[in-house]
Structure formats: C-alpha cells, structure tokens
Ligand binder design. Structure first.
Ligand code: BEZ
Length: 212
C-alpha cells in the first residue's frame, strides 16, 4: 500500500554512489528529503540534481539530509555525477541510491507503470527525525521539480511543529501566520502570541511569525 502522511517510513539497506546505506542509520536524527528520478544521463534530472547540490547550505541550515534514487547502478551514477558537476557547475554532495533491484522503489511506491514503465517517476518525500512521512509529491517525468517549494514546506513544518500556528497560501519564512482554530481562550492567545494578532474572522486570526 502507498505510504500516507504520518506513516512511519520503511527502513532499507541499499547500495549508492557513496557505498552501502542503511537508511535509518544514515538519516540519524536529521530531517530527510528522499527523491527519485527516472534515469541517469537524462536532461531534466541533470538540472534537478545540480540544483539540489547547490542548495546544500539551505538544507544544512534546517538540519536536512538529502538522498536521491534511481534504478540505475552505482557505476552509472558515478559517471553521471561527473556530467552533473561539469554541466551544472557544482559538486554533487549527497548519495544517489542505486536501486537496481527496485527494492526501495517498491517499498516507497515510486514506480507508476501507467505513467512510466519500469522506471521511477519523480517522487519527493519529506521525512522527519521520527521517520514519519510529512510530505509526498509526485511529478510527471516531463516536469522538473521546484526545490525552493520543498524548502518552503520544510520551513512550514519545522515552524508549525513548535508553535500553534499554520501557514497560509504562498507563505514564506518571515510572513504572517494563522493561529490554529482550536485555540480560543483569550488569555492563552495573549500568552502564546505576545506580538498580538488580528481577528479577520473568528476562525481567521493572523499573527506575526512567532519565532522571528
Ligand atoms: C529527464 O530527466 O529529462 C526525463 C526523464 C524521463 C522522461 C523524460 C525526461
């Protein structure tokens, strides 16, 4: 069955461009972005993996480790990494799982045969330090992903895990947030949101981002 938000993600051991990886051991206490792509030496994937490498400082700042996957083998990945580094002016700084036997692809339901036969489509998973699935997005092979959006969601998850807020449409770090509807007691609201809040409707209360 497909993984659903809140599920504990399965562990696995698989070869990669950096040697054998036990996923849980490798992830440790970090957040993880696990993303699959259809195949090595393909144009869209080349741009994606280069962009992810350039975002390393942003992922590090948020305590996030990144790992890619395709069903090609580790030698192929190593050859392709040379091309990514050359063409995207970067250095790939994260492992690419070599899921030749499709063990991980099957566990994470990354092969959608009616879209792309026998190859992994573009899935992205955000996994928290408790190994719970917090986001999954599936893209068609023809559409490169927007990794700025993935970082935006990580910012929202890390904020809303710690404060009783949610983030509104197109929110980005630093913007006003909404107070969760379950919070109603005016005394509690005053204590939790010392910067104040604006009540647009009783269920729509805006407050400055609490940790800024
Ligand atoms: C690509 O990464 O460029 C790609 C891969 C599979 C199908 C279409 C495009």
């Amino acid at each position: 069955m497909a993984l659903r938000l809140g599920d504990e993600v399965p562990n696995f051991t698989q070869n990669s461009s950096e040697g054998e990886i036990n996923f849980y051991d490798w992830a440790g206490d970090s957040w993880v972005v696990l993303f699959s792509h259809p195949a090595d030496f393909t144009p869209v994937c080349t741009t994606e993996l280069g962009t992810v490498a350039k975002l390393k400082a942003e992922f590090d700042k948020r305590g996030v480790k990144v790992i890619a996957l395709s069903v090609d083998d580790a030698d192929s990945h190593k050859g392709w990494i040379g091309d990514i580094n050359e063409t995207q002016s970067t250095t790939v700084n994260y492992p690419i799982l070599a899921d030749v036997d499709k063990k991980v692809s099957d566990l994470y339901d990354m092969i959608h045969p009616n879209s792309l036969n026998n190859l992994t489509i573009r899935t992205v998973f955000i996994i928290d330090p408790q190994k719970k699935l917090r986001l999954s997005i599936t893209y068609p092979a023809s559409t490169g992903r927007n990794f700025d959006e993935i970082i935006r969601v990580i910012d929202s998850l890390q904020l809303t895990d710690n404060y009783q807020v949610a983030t509104p449409v197109n929110w980005k770090d630093g913007d006003d947030c909404v107070i969760v509807p379950s919070l109603k007691d005016p005394e509690v609201l005053k204590e939790k949101f010392p910067k104040g809040y604006t009540e647009v409707k009783p269920y729509l209360r805006m407050t400055p981002q609490p940790n800024k």
